[in-house]
Design a protein around this ligand. Sequence first.
Ligand code: PNS
Length: 159
Amino acid sequence: MTTAIYPGSFDPVTMGHLDIIRRSARIFSHVYVAVAQNPHKKPDFSLEQRRDYLLKVTRDLDNVEVITIDGLLVEAAQKRNARIIIKGLRAMTDFEYEFQMALMNKKLGNDVETLFMATSTKYSFLSSSLVKEVARLGGCIDGLVPEEVREDILAQLRR
Ligand code: PNS
């Protein structure tokens, strides 16, 4: 019985995120999807919107729970008895920053381990920032974000 936590900005959720959530849900008994603040980014979607989109797209996953956190990730993990932090890795460009965060999280909470999951090849080019750029410029985002939330995302970005 292992509980894991998958944190991110999810600004907004993409098919790449959902792929990691689904694969994690098959491995761990319980998965918290934690919408967190990245101090280096100013989000385009509110915390509530990001959480609501995740709730919608994970509705069919019984062992997945969406939460929001506003402090340290490690503390949120420890509080919920989650000993594993899951991070999706797209390419080597992600690695340096993710590795640094993994080491810092280990320093802050020695009992919490970071596990990296390789993104599926078909989503390896995908990022929330690129989705937003394409949507704002009138491009098609079919297949890049979950269908249930696509129209809401487009409406928000094209206002
Ligand atoms: O999707 P992102 O923006 O790459 O996710 C980054 C995130 C939100 C996981 C990271 O900024 C984070 O862990 N924020 C919570 C605050 C925290 O614990 N900061 C110290 C990280 S070593």
